[in-house]
Design a protein around this ligand. Structure first.
Ligand SMILES: C[S@@+](CC[C@H](N)C(=O)[O-])C[C@H]1O[C@@H](n2cnc3c(N)ncnc32)[C@H](O)[C@@H]1O
Length: 269
């Protein structure tokens, strides 16, 4: 599939997920288990963190980690969330940076932006702004952001080098990249890589961990680290792979322990 086709398919899937939440259901974005259901997106946030957040922001959570819990965020800073979805991490960031700071969410899907803005209205926060756009072409000036966060989105892009270059461009010198994403350790079977359903489910497009580090280094980042936060074992892998027309049993054995949710950190010098 070409890059524009991938983008359109991703947009359609996440528009559906947003509509579900707008109708009061929990979001999901793929076949059983793929990103949005167990085991990737369940139980990422502590109840103490989500208390006070609008229900729609929690129901829409489609991440694979909890970047604001792992990122260093200070009062007065500007945070940008790449692929902000229903806005959960933007609202959590806004609390951390306080009224003198600002949290931007960037998303390309109109339905997700509508949901996120509704969640912002319900949360009653003013230091938040949701922008429409693509993470491959961030609509913010150079050196304007202190911290880039993202939760299970960069794997969805067909041009990850460009996303990372854009993240580098908008960060201020000393700015931090603090992203949760699905990554692989070693080779993943070609059948998994080819599945479009597994692409929109955050698995097929996942970067190999050393490749992620290389792309960050080539863009100019330093202090790069990839830290596993949840390693998907056989049962998890089977849940993710089932329902996509592949032999889940066999492939799950092959990928068990090789696909993981990870926290990726780096710094712009
Ligand atoms: C897996 S969901 C994650 C949403 C959110 N980060 C969370 O943790 O709930 C992916 C989100 O990224 C958005 N997205 C995917 N690819 C994108 C791109 N290339 N540019 C902008 N947004 C994108 C989708 O519209 C969707 O809202």
């Amino acid at each position: 599939m070409s890059e524009p086709d991938i983008k359109e398919t991703v947009k359609e899937k996440y528009a559906e997920a947003a509509m579900k939440v707008l109708e009061g259901e929990r979001a999901s974005c793929g076949p059983s288990g793929a990103c949005g259901c167990d085991p990737v997106s369940s139980n990422l946030y502590d109840a103490t963190e989500t208390v006070g957040l609008p229900e729609g922001a929690v129901l829409a959570s489609l991440g694979c980690g909890n970047p604001t819990a792992l990122a260093e965020l200070h009062a007065g800073e500007t945070v940008l969330d790449l692929g902000s979805g229903g806005g959960i991490d933007v609202l959590l960031s806004a609390k951390r940076v306080g009224p003198s700071g600002k949290a931007y969410g960037l998303d390309m899907t109109d339905e997700m932006l509508a949901l996120a803005r509704e969640n912002q209205r319900k949360a009653g926060v003013s230091n938040v702004e949701f922008l429409k756009g693509e993470i491959e072409s961030i609509p913010l000036p150079d050196a304007s952001v202190d911290v880039i966060i993202s939760n299970c989105v960069i794997n969805l892009s067909a041009d990850k080098r460009r996303v990372i270059a854009e993240a580098f461009r908008v960060l201020k010198p000393g700015g931090r990249f603090a992203v949760s994403d699905v990554v692989c350790r070693g080779e993943v079977p070609a059948a998994v890589r080819r599945s479009m359903e597994l692409w929109v489910g955050c698995v097929a497009g996942a970067l190999e961990e050393t490749e992620y580090q290389q792309l960050l280094a080539q863009a100019g980042f330093v202090d790069i680290g990839v830290e596993p936060t949840r390693i998907y074992q056989f049962e998890d892998a089977r849940a993710v792979l089932s329902g996509v027309g592949l032999d889940a049993e066999v492939l799950a054995r092959e990928v068990s322990g090789r696909i993981m949710g990870a926290f990726i950190r780096a710094r712009k010098p």
